[in-house]
Design a protein around this ligand. Structure first.
Ligand code: SF4
Ligand code: SF4
Length: 142
């Protein structure tokens, strides 16, 4: 779910011609499989009932167990498929949410990569834009 801060980030990127750039690689620390939050219908889960509904609709989510709440009252989950070696013990059957991580969209939802994650999301001008500008410049001189 996009946050107000996320809208501003989106707008700032549009105005500056920048994009989000994902760099780095996974260090297999397992941090993204612990203390994570889940959403359904673009709403973060707050109640046990909402979690039960999610599992009913998407049984693959039964791997997650509630381990607490954050300061805003949103449910926080750990994944039962994470091994003591920080590896996923159900890698081939992992849900789409895990396959998509780290998704740049977290930048617009007020989220952040877990501390120590080997990836980074930064703002920058895409290479194609630099190239197009350079071509336009050389075209105007010929
Ligand atoms: S938090 Fe980042 S580095 Fe750690 S397992 Fe997840 S993707 Fe890999
Ligand atoms: S299914 Fe695997 S990749 Fe997904 S949260 Fe659980 S341990 Fe992590």
């Amino acid at each position: 779910m996009i946050s107000i801060a996320g809208w501003w980030r989106h707008l700032r990127l549009r105005l500056t011609g920048k994009e989000l750039i994902l760099t780095g690689k996974c260090r297999q620390c397992g941090a993204c499989c612990r203390r994570l939050q889940l959403e359904q219908s673009r709403r973060w889960l707050r109640s046990h009932r909402a979690f039960k509904r999610l599992v009913k609709d998407h049984p693959e989510f039964n791997r997650f167990e509630i381990c607490g709440r954050d300061r805003q009252g949103l449910l926080v989950f750990n994944c039962t498929k994470l091994g003591a070696d920080n590896r996923c013990h159900d890698y081939d059957q992992r849900p789409q949410l895990c396959r998509d991580f780290p998704h740049k969209g977290i930048f617009f939802c007020g989220g952040a990569l877990p501390p120590g994650c080997g990836y980074k999301i930064t703002e920058g001008v895409p290479f194609e834009t630099h190239l197009r500008k350079a071509r336009n410049k050389s075209g105007s001189h010929s």
